[in-house]
Design a binder for this molecule. Structure first.
Ligand code: GTP
Length: 356
């Protein structure tokens, strides 16, 4: 019997540093052949583009598969399973598969999919790595307070006291085999220690919590955990669907489509604009728009007058990073930004502000 190929699921909220961590991993794969499946919220394909640009010989463009149809956890049958099968049917099988979920995905339904007969004999979930934006959590952006939420839930099972952000965050933590406290460069030692202790107590027993900057962790730490996460799903409780049968793990596939979760509570759209003249001023303008409209995530590429290189723009909350990454080459010189926030974003106003 052929051995199962290990698959590592990398999850974590929007902008936590999943793509950065994977990029570091690919650059340090030391000959291991890694195939990637990535699923992005927002339709610009920024993550795929960044990863394809890694230029690492152990991971060619062919090894990167992008799921197109929205949320990985809602399109398991139509998109994820066929993509995985395609990967497994290749003559040149990968040593390891890494799956980057979108920042809004619940990992549990994805892991449950590994029990589907079509793939269960061929792959196993090696481990779930949850990347945490240490700075954002420390600043309280997820209003992360599991104890208080649990106390409320004990009073009334049916009440939904949580924000969409804290729900997702807690599900992603509950599913983790390893938690990466990323962006530790933006934290003090004391903040890192406090967050680490909190995450340890909020996660399952034995879950490792490690800190990183720019996701720089040895590949041996991230891969090869050998957990078989699909076999102990019940330990990875799902916060959202308490009213569903979360204790009945092998219910039929249909149920995966009935779960309710946060997508409707988030909005995403793409804004195009004319070339920008001054990258620094543009970053300041972005930061202002992000604050004014409470935008969670903004990323994309910009054309700067007089520059052959493409400016990659990355904003997580009010923090804006931008850098020239590569020449436009054969691609059109366009400025395109994907904007992600909670539902109710004022699209017209944001567009106007970004195009100003
Ligand atoms: N200061 C700092 N910035 C970081 C670190 N890790 C990632 N970033 C930056 O955070 C931004 C988001 O990083 P990504 O790796 O794209 O995050 P992601 O989780 O893949 O984002 P989504 O796919 O949109 O959910 C980028 O601008 C990164 O350069 C870190 O350790 N420290």
């Amino acid at each position: 019997m052929p051995t199962k190929i290990p698959a590592t699921v990398v999850t974590g909220f929007l902008g936590a540093g999943k793509t950065t961590l994977i990029r570091h991993m690919l650059a340090n794969a030391s000959g291991k052949r890694i195939a990637l499946i990535i699923n992005e919220f927002g339709d610009l394909g920024v993550d795929g583009d960044i990863l394809k640009g890694c230029g690492d010989e152990t991971c060619t463009e062919d090894d990167i598969m992008e799921l197109s149809n929205g949320c990985i956890c809602c399109t398991v049958a139509d998109d994820f399973i066929p993509t995985l099968q395609k990967l497994l049917d290749r003559p040149n099988r990968p040593d390891h598969i890494v799956i980057e979920t979108s920042g809004l995905a619940l990992p549990q339904p994805l892991i449950r999919a590994f029990n589907w007969p079509e793939i269960s004999t061929r792959v196993t979930v090696d481990g779930v790595v949850t990347v945490v934006d240490g700075k954002a959590v420390t600043e309280g952006r997820f209003a992360h307070n599991v104890a208080a939420v649990d106390a409320q839930r004990a009073l009334d099972e049916n009440l939904d006291h949580e924000t969409p952000l804290s729900e997702l965050f807690e599900d992603q933590i509950a599913c983790a085999d390893m938690i990466v406290v990323n962006k530790s460069d933006l934290l003090t030692e004391a903040e890192i220690d406090a967050l680490t202790a909190q995450l340890k107590s909020d996660s399952r027993k034995g879950v490792q919590v490690v800190k990183s900057t720019m996701g720089a962790l040895p590949i041996d730490v991230l891969l090869g955990q050998g957990v078989g996460a699909e076999n102990d799903l019940s330990a990875r409780h799902e916060i959202h669907h308490h009213h569903h049968h979360h204790d009945d793990e092998d219910h039929d596939h249909e149920d995966d489509h009935h779960h309710e979760h946060g997508h409707d509570e988030f909005d995403s759209f793409v804004v195009t604009r004319a070339e920008i003249v001054d990258p620094k001023a543009f970053a300041a303008q972005l930061s202002e728009v992000i604050r004014a409209h409470d935008i969670l995530r903004l990323k994309g590429f910009a054309a700067v007058t007089g520059k052959p290189m493409r400016l990659t723009v990355q904003a997580v909350g009010p923090r804006v990073d931008s850098y020239f990454d590569q020449p436009f080459g054969s691609q059109p010189r366009e400025t395109k930004l994907v904007v992600i926030g909670q539902a109710g974003l004022d699209r017209a106003a944001i567009e106007a502000a970004l195009q100003a």
